[in-house]
Design a protein around this ligand. Structure first.
Ligand code: PEP
Ligand code: MN
Length: 348
C-alpha cells in the first residue's frame, strides 16, 4: 500500500509509480478516501527492490506491507479509518437498521409503500426490498424488473436509501442505473467470484455500498473477508459484512445463527458488520432475541425483514417478516444495548 505525502499523486507521479510496479508484475489500484487517496499494490508486493525504489521517490510518505490474504480489508490496513455512511448514519457511530420486505410484490405495490413509511417511522434508516430473488424452487416467483420501479418510488416517497440483491450483471446494471444505494450479495452468491468482480468493477468510483452476506457454506473467516477483498480491490471499499446464518441448520431454526462471529470479524477486519437475524432463525417470533444477541456481540447494525401485513407478503415475508410494531420494539431495545456497549468500550 503506497501512501503519498500529498492527498493524492499527480498524474505524472502515478505514471512513474505504475511503471515501477509493472516492472515487477504488479499493478496499482487507487483507493479514493474522503481525505486522501492511497494506492494498493496488487500482485506480489514483497520484492525488496520494488519497495526500495518506491520508498526512494520524494513524494512517497511510506509503503505499508501487510502480509495478509486480504490486505485492503485487513484491520491493519490504512483503510481501517475509512467510514461508511448511509441514511444519515455513520457505521460504527450509530446503530444502522435496514428493514423492509424480503420480496416486493409487483402486483401489490401498496404494501411496499406502506411498509416503507412504517419502517422509517420505526427507526430504520435504509429500506430493503427484494426485486430479484434467489429461490430454491425454480417454479417459485423469481422477482420482476417492475419491482425496481416500486423500490425507487418508495425511496423517493420516504427519502430512505434502498438495498436490493443482484445476482447477475444485467440486474447489477439495472440497479445501478436506477440509483440503488446498497447492493446486496446474497448467501448463495457470496462465493461467486466472477459476480464479486463484476460488482467491484461496477461500483468503483461510485458511492454505492455493498452488503455482502456470509455464504450458507462459508467456513473460515478468511473466505468471508477475502470475498469482500474481491470487491474492494477494484477501488470501492464501501463493504458491509452481513452474517445471516449458516448450514447445517440448528434444529428448529432455518439456519445456524452466526452472530457470534462478530468479535472475530472485528479482530481481523475493519469492515462494519450488520447482522441479518431474519434469515438466520427464519421465524418472526425468534427474530427479536437473535437481533438483540447480534448487537450484544458488537454488531454495527441489523438487516431485518419487515412487512405491514406479513401474512399478505410473498417470498420469506409470511414466515419471517416482523411487523412494524415488533420492529420498533427491536430497535428500541437494540439501541439501548448498543449505547451500553459503546459507553463501556468507547466505540468498538
Ligand atoms: C434475502 O435477503 O431475502 C435473501 C435471499 O437473503 P440470503 O441471501 O441471506 O438468503
Ligand atoms: Mn428473504
Amino acid at each position: 500500500m503506497i501512501l503519498p505525502k500529498a492527498a493524492k499523486l499527480t498524474p505524472d507521479q502515478l505514471q512513474e509509480v505504475t511503471a515501477i510496479v509493472t516492472e515487477f508484475g504488479c499493478r496499482i489500484h487507487p483507493i479514493v478516501g474522503a481525505l486522501r487517496t492511497i494506492y494498493a499494490i496488487l500482485g506480489d508486493e514483497r520484492d525488496e527492490l520494488m519497495i526500495n525504489r518506491l520508498e526512494g521517490l520524494p513524494y512517497i510518505e511510506r509503503i505499508d506491507r501487510i502480509q495478509s490474504p486480504f490486505k485492503l480489508m485487513d484491520s491493519r490496513s490504512d483503510l481501517a479509518t475509512h467510514r461508511i455512511r448511509i441514511g444519515g448514519v455513520t457505521l460504527g457511530e450509530e446503530l444502522l437498521v435496514i428493514a423492509g420486505h424480503c420480496t416486493i410484490d409487483p402486483k401489490h405495490p401498496e404494501y411496499f409503500y406502506e411498509t416503507a413509511h412504517a419502517v422509517k417511522e420505526a427507526g430504520a434508516r435504509v429500506l430493503r426490498g427484494g426485486v430479484w430473488k434467489p429461490r430454491t424452487n425454480p417454479y417459485a416467483f423469481q422477482g420482476d424488473d417492475k419491482s425496481l420501479d416500486i423500490l425507487m418510488e418508495a425511496s423517493r416517497r420516504t427519502g430512505l436509501p434502498v438495498d436490493t440483491e443482484v445476482m447477475d450483471e444485467c440486474q447489477l446494471k439495472l440497479a445501478l442505473d436506477a440509483g440503488v444505494h446498497m447492493l446486496q450479495v446474497g448467501a448463495r452468491n457470496a462465493l461467486n467470484y466472477s459476480l464479486l468482480r463484476q460488482i467491484g468493477a461496477a461500483v468503483a468510483g461510485r458511492a454505492t455500498i455493498v452488503l455482502l452476506k456470509r455464504s450458507l457454506h462459508m467456513g473460515t473467516l478468511n473466505e468471508f473477508i477475502s470475498a469482500a477483498e474481491y470487491i474492494a480491490n477494484f477501488g470501492n471499499p464501501n463493504i458491509i459484512l452481513c452474517p445471516r446464518g449458516t448450514a447445517p441448520a440448528l434444529d428448529g431454526y432455518r439456519n445456524h445463527p452466526d452472530e457470534s462471529i462478530v468479535p472475530l470479524l472485528r479482530e481481523h477486519t475493519w469492515a462494519p458488520v450488520v447482522v441479518d437475524p431474519s434469515h438466520a432463525v427464519g421465524k418472526a417470533s425468534y427474530v427479536p432475541a437473535a437481533a438483540l444477541a447480534a448487537i450484544a456481540y458488537g454488531a454495527d447494525g441489523l438487516c431485518l425483514e419487515a412487512h405491514v401485513q406479513p401474512s399478505k407478503g410473498i417470498g420469506d415475508d409470511p414466515k419471517q417478516a416482523v411487523t412494524p410494531d415488533m420492529l420498533a420494539a427491536i430497535i428500541h431495545r437494540a439501541r439501548a444495548i448498543w449505547d451500553l456497549n459503546h459507553a463501556e468500550t468507547g466505540g468498538r
